[in-house]
Design a protein around this ligand. Structure first.
Ligand code: PBG
Length: 341
């Protein structure tokens, strides 16, 4: 937003203008606050794995756990009681293979989690599975591989078909929204076509439209046990140096039928969030990713920062930049703080 004088707004200047007048009284500050943080705008990511009674803390993500279906239901219930309504599910399957075939099974781990949470909470919670193959493939890449000039790489078009299948299977299990995160060309169109053909015309697509090849995903790869076994994700995720390209990616996804678009990570990409919001005026989500979370937790544990203050400031900044929705591992803490004032 520009702070240059707008000819439509009279600007008298000091001493008539005293911006501090709006800061003296705490209730005036409350009255004119531009950005509001609310638990209803947050999505809490959760990790589900096979077993019973599993609640294994993720070392680099304090307060976040790998959960089995039963403990995940408890976790959703506890978060819901704090005011969190939306949840993203990531699956850690029993078995991985070259094509990530367990992602498509109607008794797959995320499908089980969706059914159990739906059964326990009905329409009280919004269930959003992440749609990708990196957690299900033994090589850790986000789709089926093929050979590109002697180098294995994700086969874009071959992966689209199975991606649509994964989404349909998740919808049958109770997904409310699907969120493809693989950054494949044409993924939104393929999924929209697949969902519509299966009768899920009403299910929105939250596309990870501008997802960068980022070092900030480090802790997540421990959480989801999904690091690439060779190479990196730069042939599908975006170069952090690029901004215009994000607008192109978002434009394409919207043209293919995306209902909400995501920018990821959030903090190093606040400019992208703002540009996407101003350009397209559609619902924008931002993913406050694992590495961003871990940095706050690590500094707070050493007493170097005030965790509550810094976390609220970070989430407010993401909302102020233009995000309507924030995916964050801080969701539980934030909901608690907002509740207790
Ligand atoms: C899977 C996926 C990743 C994240 C969300 N979905 C990992 C990756 O792309 O490497 C990262 C989330 C986080 O760091 O919190 N494609």
């Amino acid at each position: 937003m520009s702070h240059l004088p707008d000819p439509a707004v009279p600007s008298p200047g000091f001493p008539t203008a005293r911006p501090r007048r709006l800061r003296y009284h705490p209730l005036v500050r409350d009255l004119v606050r531009e950005t509001e943080l609310s638990a209803r705008d947050l999505i809490l990511p959760l990790f589900v794995r096979p077993g019973r009674g599993v609640r294994q803390e993720i070392g680099s993500m304090p307060g976040n756990f790998q959960l089995s279906v039963d403990t995940l239901v408890d976790e959703v219930g506890a978060a819901r009681d704090l005011g969190i309504r939306s949840f993203m599910f990531f699956g850690i399957p029993e078995r991985k293979d070259a094509t990530g075939s367990t992602a498509l099974r109607d008794d797959g781990i995320v499908q089980q989690a969706l059914r159990a949470a739906r059964k326990a909470f009905g329409a009280d919670v919004l269930l959003i599975p992440d749609e990708c193959f990196c957690e299900y493939t033994d090589h850790g890449h986000c789709g089926i591989l093929h050979d590109r000039g002697g180098v294995p790489d994700v086969d874009n078009d071959a992966t689209l078909a199975v991606l649509a299948e994964q989404c349909v299977s998740h919808c049958r299990a109770g997904a409310d929204v699907v969120a493809p995160s693989g950054m494949l060309d044409g993924m939104v169109r393929a999924i929209r076509t697949g969902l519509d053909a299966a009768g899920f015309t009403h299910v929105p697509i939250l596309s990870y439209a501008a997802k960068y090849a980022s070092g900030f995903y480090g802790p997540f790869r421990d959480a989801a046990e999904s690091p690439p076994q060779f190479g990196d994700r730069s042939t599908y995720q975006m170069d952090p140096a690029n901004g215009d390209e994000a607008l192109r990616e978002v434009g394409l996804d919207l043209a293919e039928g995306a209902d909400l678009v995501m920018v990821k990570p959030a903090l190093s990409y606040l400019d992208i969030i703002r540009r996407v919001k101003e350009r397209f005026r559609v619902p924008v989500a931002a993913y406050n990713v694992s590495g961003e979370f871990a940095m706050v937790k690590a500094a707070a544990a050493r007493g170097w920062i005030d965790e509550r203050r810094v976390t609220l400031e970070i989430l407010t900044s993401i909302r102020r930049a233009g995000a309507d929705v924030v995916l964050t591992y801080h969701a539980r803490d934030v909901a608690r703080w907002l509740k207790t004032g």
